[in-house]
Design a protein around this ligand. Structure first.
Ligand code: G6P
Length: 372
């Protein structure tokens, strides 16, 4: 069993360390001889894909957070209206779909019943379907009009890590693919974004090499009862995923919030000593998002929060308000989630280990939920 884990104590640690490969392999072989992006299986003609005027992403759990990142990327690059919905909510809501709606499902296993039923429902209403999946020939890709496979390799630990990074990568590729089909401004950027994506695996390796302090913080926090996570823009789903990892692995009450929502409620939770992770947007983000989140850190710090700040190298603005600064390398702001989520995975894994918990098989959870 030790050999299966490649020298790591757990599958979770092994899979966290396989993330540079998961991203690199998912990027492989995506362009045709003309340099255009391609999907893996397309059983639908390009004209129909070109006619798509709305996208609905359906998924559950971690995959749904990858979908939230996708919404930002697809709308920004392809200029197609995009929404994300939990698959189990979507299906019973009497959703409005047309033949010009593209329903994108995201599923590591390709067998999650709620997601599968959402895809079948979408098809029955005439919508087109694309599957982003990590398991070749699984039920959901077989039921879909087109497939984009992630290449994270088999994921054994119940809580998802490397599949999440591969899903986000696939979502970027899909966003750029749709941008090329639609010929928007994003199409002109596609080559440059793909080039920047190629640099991400080495940056993830860099992040993984900096995790000593994060692990130390996790061990100090083994008795913590509640942790909050704030993020904005593509950092919002990262905050949600950071909270989910902590719930799943360490059984600690954790909640992720959109930083802009702080003043509309969550700030009432801040009391002296409350740990709060803040995922800070890159200073290169548009609309001054970086400065707005720095103000949020200042606000919660003034109320006694213990601020654990994830920020880009060279971002000095966060330093005066951070109890801890966790650094990640600089990247194109849209690609940040591939780096900023890693310390949160390591934190949850290490804290759970410090509590003596089984990080590979957390209580009550199943790797793939094939019942409703
Ligand atoms: C289960 C797993 C989660 C996973 C979710 C969706 O709840 O414990 O880690 O995110 O299913 O799984 P899928 O295979 O559809 O991505």
């Amino acid at each position: 069993a030790a050999a299966e884990k490649g020298g790591y104590a757990t599958f979770m640690e092994k899979e966290i360390h396989e993330q540079p490969h998961a991203v690199a392999d998912t990027l492989l072989g995506r362009t045709d001889e003309d340099g255009r992006l391609t999907l893996d299986e397309v059983r639908i003609d390009e004209e129909e894909l070109r006619a798509v005027d709305r996208i609905v992403i359906v998924a559950c759990g971690t995959a749904a957070y990858a979908g939230m990142v996708a919404k930002y990327a697809i709308e920004h690059w392809a200029r197609i209206q995009c929404e994300v919905e939990l698959a189990h909510e979507f299906r019973y809501r009497d959703p409005v779909l047309t033949p010009h709606t593209l329903v994108v499902s995201i599923s590591q296993s390709g067998e999650t019943m709620d997601t599968l039923m959402a895809v079948k429902h979408a098809r029955s209403l005439g919508a087109k379907t694309v599957s982003i999946c990590n398991t070749h020939g699984a039920t959901i890709p077989r039921e879909s009009d087109a497939v984009l496979y992630t290449h994270a390799g088999p994921e054994i630990a119940v809580a998802s890590t490397k599949a999440f990074l591969a899903q986000i990568t696939a979502c970027y590729i899909l966003g750029l693919y749709l941008a090329q089909l639609h010929g928007g401004a994003g199409a002109r950027n596609a080559e440059e974004v793909m080039r920047q994506l190629q640099e991400v695996p080495a940056k993830i390796t860099d992040v993984l090499g900096r995790m000593d302090r994060v692990k130390e913080i996790a061990r100090f926090m083994a008795d913590t009862r509640s942790v909050l996570f704030l993020g904005r823009h593509v950092g919002f789903p990262v905050a949600m995923e950071g909270a989910l990892k902590l719930k799943e692995l360490a059984y600690i009450h954790a909640e992720g919030f959109a930083a802009g929502e702080l003043k509309h409620g969550p700030i009432a939770l801040i009391e002296p000593g409350q740990p709060v992770f803040v995922v800070v947007p890159s200073p290169s983000s548009p609309h001054n998002l970086h400065d707005k989140v720095v103000s949020n850190i200042q606000e919660i710090r003034a109320r006694g929060a213990r601020t654990l700040v994830i920020a880009e190298d060279g971002d000095e603005a966060v330093v005066p308000f951070a109890d801890e600064v966790i650094r990640v390398p600089q990247a194109w702001w849209m690609l940040d989630p591939l780096l900023t989520v890693v310390p949160l995975q390591v934190f949850a894994c290490e804290l759970a280990t410090a509590k003596g918990l089984d990080v590979d098989q957390p209580r009550n959870l199943a790797k793939s939920v094939t019942v409703e």
